[in-house]
Design a protein around this ligand. Structure first.
Ligand SMILES: [Zn+2]
Ligand SMILES: [Zn+2]
Length: 168
């Protein structure tokens, strides 16, 4: 839970700045590991028609996995975030978060979790030119080499074989 008291919102923006521990259940089962607390800094504003805006930043350090070589890859997240909450239960706008109507407390936790996931790039690489793992034997080609042929060679080999068959 990341409750924010919205009772005073009529009188002006509410400052919502928190530090959430990396082991908070909110961050269970992410694709990456948090190596530091999640720092939120922002303000919640009330807008018309049961809408709320939260504008601020989400910052933390994570340990992600390189998509090519699977090595642990540290990343810093510092994302500017603009969240829209609505009390309209029937909205079909996927970019807004639906909250209960006339609630005194707004729970930001689900939105923060989602924004954190979006803030990390989808295709993490340990370095731009990571060579990845050999698809046949699994050798890390950044540090080692192997005798496996690249897939294109294998295709050629298959072609050669079928050719010789035809000739027989
Ligand atoms: Zn890599
Ligand atoms: Zn190999």
């Amino acid at each position: 839970m990341l409750p924010v008291d919205v009772g005073g919102l009529d009188r002006g923006p509410v400052d919502v700045s928190r530090t959430i521990a990396s082991d908070d259940p909110l961050f269970d089962d992410l694709d990456f590991e948090l190596t530091g607390p999640v720092r939120l800094s922002g303000r919640l504003l009330s807008a018309s028609l049961g809408r709320f805006y939260w504008q601020g930043s989400i910052a933390t350090d994570v340990d992600a996995t390189c998509r090519r070589c699977l090595s642990s890859t540290p990343r810093q997240i510092d994302a500017q975030v603009h969240l829209v909450f609505t009390e309209d239960q029937d909205t079909d706008d996927p970019s807004v978060y639906v909250v209960p109507a006339r609630a005194d407390v707004l729970d930001l936790s689900e939105a923060i979790r989602e924004e954190l996931i979006l803030a990390l790039e989808a295709y993490v690489l340990c370095r731009e030119d990571c060579k990845g793992l050999c698809p046949s034997c699994g050798t890390d080609l950044n540090t080692n080499s192997c005798d496996c042929r690249p897939p294109s060679d294998l295709r050629w080999a298959a072609l050669e074989k079928s050719k010789t068959k035809v000739n027989e």
